[in-house]
Design a protein around this ligand. Sequence first.
Ligand SMILES: Cc1ncc(COP(=O)(O)O)c(C=O)c1O
Length: 389
Amino acid sequence: MIYCDNMIQPKKYTKTSKIPPKGFNSANEFFEYVFNDKEMIWMGQNTNHLHKESDILDEMVRCVESREYCKYPPPEGFQELKNLILNDLDLEDKDILITAGGTESLYLCMHNILEPKDTVITCDPGYLIIDDFASRFSNKVISVPIYSEDNDYKLTPELVKEFMDENTKIIVLIDPLNPLGSAYTEEEIKEFAKIAIQNDIYLLHDITYRDFARKHFLAAHYAPDHAITVYSFSKIFGMAGLRIGSVIGTEKIINSIRTILINDLGTNVVAQAGAIAALKSKDTWIDEVITITRNNQNLIKKCVDEIEGAFIPVHPSDANMLAIDLKGTGINPKVMADYLLKRKVFAREGTYTSKLFGDNYLRVSFSIPEEQVKIFVDEFKSAVEVLRK
Ligand SMILES: Cc1ncc(COP(=O)(O)O)c(C=O)c1O
């Protein structure tokens, strides 16, 4: 027998390992278990479960019935979808590629822009897969600690200036921020734009949660040649399982990304049909989704306010998720998440989004039906009673 183990080269980067909860052999086994449990209340992935019968569903069904999925789509996405996204962002003068989600867009950007000597600025807490991707192509990822009210729980322009060095090539702005829900003011975005232009570096603006924000400002409007925008259909559009998103930037940068595409045969046609319908019908459903989401947030805030030792660092959250700080209760967020899971509430311990502050908070998302949030509130209150002892 020939053993090939020595043919696999060790990787220079370390992927953040997803530690499976007790009783599961792998993260995948765990995810499959929660996915298949129809009674599970889904507050662990910032997904949106509020779309009802809709044009999105109808168009996808029509697409399936037409059997158009036998054909490959155009490799960069349908022009109609590209135009609709650019129009949604008021970025008609920019170039765009349709991707299999914001995740693919983030990877393509890191792969395309970074060179081995570069450094990248991210923040902690944040969306750790971005750091993973950046670490594969750069010298160093500087993840700035931001879990403090001194800087409003976000990466400020002042912090960026303090932490950036002469090799910094990308500043990542997740806006609103997963997991805290902090968002940037227009002044802050202008400041970031100034930093990017003066230093001739990129702002990677991940706007996955944009439409949940009360106000939102695109870096691309203030640093048109230095901002790259990452767009997702997973959250406000409620299409996470369909895996579709896009990346938007100058013709120069997008042309450069074209040379390293992975999905050279295009993005899922059914997902694209749904995405086109989602954007065309956005005005008809968005108010209801936002109203229910904000009301749910208020229910969670009221509950947490009544619990001694717990608090919500960012309120209101401008996303469809928030963090509940449990430090003062003495309860470990992982123990809380495991406890809730047994009661069929899927939430996320802080270590999923932070290397430095993971023991402080639990993250819950709430674009789900109000009845389910009420169940969470009851379960959370009794969990604190039980686990505090
Ligand atoms: C900040 C951020 N960016 C990107 C993604 C991934 O988006 P997509 O589902 O479009 O790949 C997520 C998912 O949770 C996220 O939180």
